[in-house]
Each structure stands twice: as structure tokens, then as C-alpha cells.
Design a protein around this ligand. Structure first.
Ligand SMILES: [Zn+2]
Length: 269
């Protein structure tokens, strides 16, 4: 049976089309992660709220290594995620969905790799194509089918947070080629590739970034736009689930050939 993970970011703590969930706790060498399991048609779906169901974890304290290792223990091969982002471009206003295709890493204090030479060897992973091309195409197809504002490409800059950026930082990031700014895609995208999981992100623009926005930024504003758009994100994820490729010809799995992990799964209902 196909096993697919959906990773919900800020404002997305459950999916409407999933009921009868089974709560699982997965213990790995990197820590413990909670996942909700459901079946949609003949596919096993694993939903993970990145910040915790009650949004108790700020971006820089999320245990990303445990989260992705847990998916690997569950033998998940494909993962889609959402991310609330600020926009640096006028052509991507709040409410726009973006199937991001590149990232930049400006984080400071996170465990960004499995291959740090302690548990696993030192491996230099290729990131020419950071997101799975086949899952990106699936997201593009389903965004197109769904209608509404969306972009097929975007460069996501991950900042450390949890504070928002200054206007000077946004100006600099824009000069460097950044188009969207968020706090969670790194290291999630990196660890997924290192673990050999196909991974793509649907970013939702919730606000213009500092200095571009006509007003001060608030977390409430982010949640409000997420709330307004959550129906659309739910629908797109639902149709993605129904149309997931049975087989892929991408290079993502190959990248994970050095990754090894054991873990214990317990039912936590
Ligand atoms: Zn792939």
C-alpha cells in the first residue's frame, strides 16, 4: 500500500477529508514524534502537525530530524507539506499559493543534516533540484484544477525566527533573489532528501514581508489568511492524495541510500 505523509504548517492542524484517525507515537534515535494515521481509498496517509496540534513549538525548536526519521520508520516514501510565507514580490500577494522550487538557508541554530559524521557518515547530497519534480508537478496540476491564484515557482528563504524579519533584511534577501520568506522549510526539505523521501511544499502567502507590508506584521494576520484559504489547501491536498503517482522516476530515493534508521511505533489512542 502507498504511504504518503502530509505535513501541516501554521494554521493547518488537521485535514477535513481525514477522519477515523489512529494516533501513533514514533520513537527514534533523534526523539519522539506524533503522527495521525488514516486510510484514503487504498492509501495510508500520515498527518503531522509540524508545530504540534496546539502550535506549541516555535520554528527553531521543532525536532525536524525526529519528524522525518519517524516518517522513514513508517516507510513513507512521499511527503507534501504546507508553509505560511511572507512575500517579497508584488506579484505574489496574500492568498497566492506557490509551488516553491528553490530555497536559501539563513537558519542559525538547527540540526540541518543526518550526515554529520556521528551516527551516519559524511555525505554531500545534491540539491540542484531541491524539491521532488514529480510531486511539484502534481501540486501544479491540482492547483490548476482547483483554480485561484497560484505560482509554479518561487524561491523560499528560511530565516531563524521566531521574530519576523526587519525591512533591511527583507531588502537584502530580495536583492539576493529571495521571493518568499518563512521559518520552517529548512531543514525539513534537506532531511527529507537525505532520507530519500520525495518531498514538495505548497506555500501560502499570508502577508507581505516587513517594509513591503503597509502595516506591522502579526501572527494573527497569518492565521487569518490561513483560515480563509484552508478549504482550498484541503481540497488540493485531497485531490493530490487521489492522484499521487504510483511510481516515480525521480532521483529522490537514490539520495537516501546511506540513510539508516530504526524506531518503535506505538498506538497512542
Ligand atoms: Zn521524488
Amino acid at each position: 500500500m502507498d504511504k504518503i505523509a502530509l505535513i501541516g504548517g501554521t494554521g493547518l492542524y488537521k485535514l477535513d477529508f481525514i477522519d477515523n484517525v489512529e494516533k501513533l507515537k514514533i520513537e527514534t534515535h533523534y526523539g519522539e514524534t506524533e503522527v495521525r494515521k488514516a486510510t484514503v481509498q487504498d492509501r495510508e496517509i500520515y498527518f503531522m502537525a509540524r508545530h504540534g496540534i496546539d502550535h506549541r513549538l516555535p520554528p527553531h525548536l521543532i525536532n525536524y530530524r525526529s519528524n522525518i526519521a519517524a516518517l522513514k520508520v513508517l516507510e513513507v516514501e512521499m511527503a507534501l507539506s504546507t508553509a505560511a510565507v511572507g512575500s517579497l514580490c508584488e506579484e505574489m500577494p496574500p492568498g497566492t499559493l506557490v509551488v516553491i522550487d528553490q530555497f536559501m538557508d539563513l537558519t542559525k541554530s538547527r540540526d540541518i543534516t543526518y550526515y554529520d559524521g556521528t551516527d551516519l557518515p559524511v555525505v554531500h547530497t545534491d540539491f540542484t533540484e531541491p524539491y521532488c519534480p514529480e510531486l511539484r508537478q502534481l501540486l501544479i496540476d491540482e492547483c490548476q484544477r482547483n483554480g485561484g491564484e497560484f505560482r509554479k515557482q518561487g524561491t523560499y528563504v528560511t530565516t531563524e525566527g521566531p521574530r519576523f524579519e526587519t525591512p533591511a533584511e527583507i531588502k537584502a534577501l530580495s536583492f539576493l533573489g529571495g521571493e518568499l520568506v518563512g521559518m520552517t522549510n529548512v531543514p525539513e526539505v534537506i532531511l527529507s532528501r537525505e532520507a530519500g523521501i520525495c518531498y514538495a511544499t505548497l506555500a501560502l502567502v499570508t502577508n507581505f514581508a516587513a517594509g513591503i507590508s503597509p502595516h506591522f506584521l502579526t501572527h494573527e494576520e497569518v492565521l487569518q489568511v490561513m483560515k480563509e484559504q484552508s478549504r482550498r489547501v484541503n481540497d488540493i491536498f485531497h485531490s493530490c492524495i487521489l492522484n499521487f503517482p504510483r511510481e516515480t522516476n525521480c532521483r529522490c530515493r537514490e539520495a537516501g541510500k546511506y540513510f539508516k534508521i530504526d524506531g518503535k511505533v506505538t498506538n497512542d489512542n
